[in-house]
Design a protein around this ligand. Structure first.
Ligand code: FAD
Length: 341
């Protein structure tokens, strides 16, 4: 279906963009990557009178550390995050999420901030950035404010943003020197939205967990923080018992419903298993003994290997080229060389 007719403006400055939004208010929509807005307009679920394309605005493509924290500008694409060497180590939760978002075409165009503004409970960035305690910077004709992500998401596709506001960047606070994490996603096939996703972040303090961030994708009306699980870990050593307890609490925090992707019980179980795996992977990435695994096993794999194996939840998950998929398929039981399926 074609979208309803609309006026298209491509301002050259942020002030001009804000001026247009101020004049049209509810009748205007910001266009960033267009990967969610355009399908909605084609389905006539959105019919703005004016579309304000922000792609020509200068200075919104920053992906950089500043004062120990991280800034991700409104025009930073999923692909830029996937390719960024910055998003490992302390920012490992974000680096692990980026290649799992949809497929290469969507990743080339879609933006991190657009994903947050869209507020899809199945969006991956919402959880990865919630786990890292991020906030967005929103500009309007009236000024600038920051909104913590835990206050941004109000419900499915509903945020506390005003129609006249543009998210100019998302800021992630300094996680401290000893920090890391990962993102685990179960998808039916590559390119699909999450059946379940779990973001895990740990900031360590003197050998104990200083701050834990655990957030859940596709198991509630918004991306959810598993607050009780986070609190259960704070100040504790990362023992097997602590990991299991946090995973149990994370599963309790999930609010899944049954659908074609799986039953509510199944999804809750996946949350528990992924939280355990994520915490163990984070411990390993931080060079700490892995809870529930002997010391000899723990030192046998590098950080990259540890994260690599936890990223790959499914056949082909994370692969972006046909050659990559075929290579992976060759290595699978029942691959194209005729093994059993
Ligand atoms: C087939 C398909 C599969 C997908 N799979 C996944 C997936 O697996 N995981 C995932 O996380 N996402 C997935 N997506 C969504 C994709 O990541 C989108 O890119 C993202 O949700 C929106 O980003 P965008 O830049 O394209 O935003 P747009 O489509 O341009 O905008 C989306 C909404 O956000 C608003 N908006 C955008 N930028 C701003 C801003 N700076 N300030 C204020 N408002 C703004 C727009 O007005 C609009 O309401 C998928 C999309 C498609 C079409």
């Amino acid at each position: 279906m074609y979208p309803a007719s609309f006026e298209y403006v491509a301002p050259a400055t942020l002030e001009e963009a804000l001026d247009t939004l101020g004049r049209y208010e509810d009748d205007a929509k910001v266009l960033a990557g267009g990967q969610s807005l355009i399908p909605l307009m084609k389905l006539r679920l959105a019919a703005p009178r004016v579309v304000v394309d922000i792609n020509r605005l200068p200075g919104l493509d920053t992906l950089a550390e500043e004062d120990g924290g991280l800034r991700i500008g409104a025009l930073v694409r999923h692909k830029a995050c996937e390719k960024s060497e910055l998003l490992g180590g302390r920012w490992g939760t974000l680096g692990a999420a980026a290649p799992l978002i949809s497929d290469p075409i969507i990743r080339n165009l879609g933006t991190v901030c657009g994903s947050l503004a869209h507020a899809d409970p199945q969006g991956d960035w919402g959880s990865a950035l919630l786990a890292m305690d991020a906030e967005v910077v929103a500009r309007s004709p009236d000024g600038t404010r920051t909104i913590p992500l835990r206050e941004l998401f109000q419900g499915p596709f509903v945020t506390t943003l005003e129609p006249t506001e543009i998210i100019t960047e998302v800021r992630v606070p300094d996680p401290g020197p000893t920090a890391g994490g990962t993102y685990l996603k179960l998808e039916r096939k590559v390119g699909d939205f999450a059946t379940v996703g779990v973001a895990v972040h740990l900031s360590m303090d003197d050998g104990r967990v200083g701050r834990a961030g655990i957030a859940l994708t596709a198991v509630g009306p918004t991306n959810l923080r598993a607050t009780a699980a986070e609190e259960a870990l704070a100040g504790r050593e990362l023992t097997d018992e602590a990991v299991r307890e946090a995973a149990r609490l994370a599963a309790q925090a999930a609010q899944p419903y049954s659908d074609t992707r799986g039953s509510a019980d199944y999804k809750r179980t996946v949350v528990r298993v992924f939280t355990e795996r994520g915490l163990r992977a984070a411990a390993e990435a931080l060079g700490r003994p892995v809870p529930g695994r002997s010391a000899a096993d723990s030192v046998s794999r590098t950080t990259e290997e540890a994260l690599e194996t936890t990223d790959r939840q499914d056949y082909f998950s994370g692969e972006e080229t046909l050659a990559g998929v075929m290579d992976e398929l060759e290595e699978k039981p029942g691959g194209p060389d005729g093994g059993e399926r």
